[in-house]
Design a protein around this ligand. Sequence first.
Ligand SMILES: NC(=O)C1=CN([C@@H]2O[C@H](COP(=O)(O)OP(=O)(O)OC[C@H]3O[C@@H](n4cnc5c(N)ncnc54)[C@H](O)[C@@H]3O)[C@@H](O)[C@H]2O)C=CC1
Ligand SMILES: O=C([O-])CC(=O)C(=O)O
Length: 258
Amino acid sequence: MKIGVIGAGAIANFLFEKINEQQQENLRINSVFVRNKEKYKHLESKYAVNLYTELDEFLDSDIDIVVEAANITTVECLLPTILKKKDAIVISIGAFADSTLLAEVSNLISEYKNNVYLSSGAIGGLDLLQNAHALGTVDKVTLTTRKPAKTLIEKEITSERVVFEGKAVDAIKLFPRNMNVSIVLSLAGLGIDFTNVRLIADPHIDKNIHQIEIVGDFGEATFTITNNPLPENPRTSYLAAMSILGTLKRINYNFKIG
Ligand SMILES: NC(=O)C1=CN([C@@H]2O[C@H](COP(=O)(O)OP(=O)(O)OC[C@H]3O[C@@H](n4cnc5c(N)ncnc54)[C@H](O)[C@@H]3O)[C@@H](O)[C@H]2O)C=CC1
Ligand SMILES: O=C([O-])CC(=O)C(=O)O
């Protein structure tokens, strides 16, 4: 599968290294969409990719699928155009808290028959949640996220602080670079207005810890994911980058698990 990546930050560099440098069967990044070609020129020789700043040229280059590794605004601005030509994997899932974008994307999927894959990102258990809610019988979903304090607030603190408590719809507005997980959890379950979120800044940890609690007719489930951070961007979990690689590997594999 020939891949086009949007962005050249921490997650994108993980993908360049793991896919193009270390090589993965049937995967190859050919094209990278950036805003400033000069800044990222070194990537061309290092990873044998072509850089693009024009979206249409990027989409018409030798790629089968687009991987977004940028941010929510980029998804809002570019995804509708992408879906007219290519499948897309999205990691900045917070963009789908906007119901207008969600509706537009649903219409484009029907019209152009391209797929959107929402990677699990820094969490897991989305298969269980979707199964448990197949009859609409999950009653409660709560996400408690704990991150190193310095990745959430500028002021130094000595004891943990709850920086947000409420619904996913509001969490993503206030923490767009930290709460994408709350939106993928919402989309898999009860929706952005009914998924409970607590975000805690903890000065005593160096991991991104997500705890998920699900209650419904099926019973109860609890997951704790203790994520190592991605060295290049400690507010992003290593697993978030891995989840894109996992999605890419599963797309063309006909033995589907879950
Ligand atoms: N679903 C999940 O669990 C997670 C999702 N994320 C999302 O992934 C995104 C990327 O994460 P990182 O790589 O750690 O961030 P990063 O800040 O290291 O890299 C983002 C890159 O995107 C580039 N960019 C921004 N707008 C662009 C545009 N319009 N076109 C091309 N490039 C553009 C930036 O210049 C930057 O190099 C985050 O912004 C966040 O939205 C991050 C962590 C977990
Ligand atoms: O990487 C993480 O642990 C989660 C994150 O930043 C997000 O969901 O936006």
